[in-house]
Design a protein around this ligand. Structure first.
Ligand SMILES: C[S@@+](CC[C@H](N)C(=O)[O-])C[C@H]1O[C@@H](n2cnc3c(N)ncnc32)[C@H](O)[C@@H]1O
Length: 351
């Protein structure tokens, strides 16, 4: 086995950092170290599509192949495959699988994108829209940038549970529960604005009704996270039954066109979560400018749930601005919205 020089190789360093990036996945934490130390596996990971995180893509590609063929020896380390769990080190089985299925893995890594559609992040849109409702009486156009399969665009069909309170559609099979870790009372998920129209923009919109695309979304979820997978199934069913309009392409190019469909002066809410962080660094200025541009002829509310410099790597911030002026930070939360808070150790209060 050839050994990778992790100090000199950013890709090896990325995999070596798996305990941080995949903190909720004991399997990926272990496998990350295996890949970081093996040049043959790193060589496969180097085929990741440009701009995509190679570690997420490699793990998801292997997971996808195992979900299609759970009889593989390696599948026994993946709780998602329903196999009797294997004990011991998954490293040798993982390495053997990757080397024997190298071409299929590379083909997936070249073609697919990291587009995990985290249903629980709908609670951030729900919270933000409540605040928008307190600021305008007019019907709003909702545009989600990076909408993936569109599960957030049906946010008002779901039931929400936080801090012992419930909100939203009580009978919904999609139940979004987040732990409240704030010092103050949990947020109010009260009345929503009227929604005049809604649309998603994504580089590659996922068809919620297509079994193969659903399998890829399933493969993007950590193998241990059975609850997230079950919630995703429910949400995808809801979306497939009532598909939101979605535009395929780069938001930088498409936002001006989509915003132009909205009557002048009317309110537009542009929402994105875990999307800007996937935009290549050199494109971020254009991405921000495309969003700001929608405010030239409209009453623009910009709602984002992304990483923030002042937070740790495990937390995102929900920020709201109007017409380019910050309104306030509405919440901070776990990147997958497992918990929300209004403050925290070393973190600023948000209201
Ligand atoms: C990690 S996924 C997050 C999906 C969803 N926002 C969520 O929070 O569940 C990021 C999504 O953003 C899309 N994306 C990235 N850059 C984009 C761009 N410039 N324009 C449109 N979509 C983009 C990707 O295709 C992908 O579906």
């Amino acid at each position: 086995m050839s050994t990778a020089q992790s100090a000199a190789d950013p890709l090896a360093e990325l995999f070596a950092a798996s305990p941080r990036h995949f903190a909720d996945s004991p399997l990926y934490t272990r496998l990350g170290r295996v890949v970081a130390a093996d040049e043959r596996l790193l060589a496969i990971a180097r085929h990741a599509r440009s701009g995509q995180l190679p570690s997420n893509l490699l793990f998801a590609s292997v997971h996808y192949l195992l979900l299609r063929d759970p009889a593989q020896e390696l599948a026994a380390w993946y709780p998602s495959t329903g196999r009797e769990p294997a004990a011991g080190d998954p490293g040798p089985a993982f390495t053997a699988f990757c080397l024997s299925r190298r071409e299929e893995i590379i083909e997936l890594m070249r073609r697919r994108l990291v587009q995990t559609n985290v249903v629980k992040r709908s609670i951030l849109l729900r919270l933000g829209m409540t605040v928008v409702a307190s600021m305008t009486d007019e019907p709003v156009m909702l545009i989600e940038v990076g909408s993936s399969a569109g599960v957030h665009l049906r946010f008002d069909d779901y039931r929400y549970e936080i801090g012992g309170r419930t909100w939203g559609r009580a009978s919904s099979p999609v139940v979004v529960a987040a732990e409240w870790r704030g010092d103050g009372p949990p947020p109010d998920l009260g009345p929503l604005p009227a929604i005049a129209d809604r649309a998603g923009i994504d580089l590659n919109p996922i068809d919620a009704g297509d079994p193969d695309e659903r399998l890829w979304l399933r493969a993007l979820i950590w193998p241990e996270n059975l609850a997230q997978a079950a919630l995703q199934d429910e949400a995808l069913r809801a979306v497939a039954a009532n598909r939101p309009r979605t535009y395929a392409g780069d938001a930088v190019d498409l936002l001006p066109e989509v915003a132009a469909e909205v009557p002048r002066g009317a309110p537009i809410v542009i929402f994105h979560s875990a999307t800007r962080l996937h935009v290549a660094t050199e494109r971020r200025e254009a991405f921000d400018a495309a969003i700001a541009g929608a405010g030239r002829e409209h009453d623009l509310f910009h709602l984002s749930f992304e990483g923030a410099r002042d937070l740790g790597t495990d937390a995102f911030a929900l920020e709201l601005s109007r017409g380019g002026e910050p309104v306030r930070r509405l919440a901070i939360g776990h990147g997958h919205a497992e918990w929300l808070s209004d403050s925290g150790p070393g973190r600023p209060r948000v209201r």
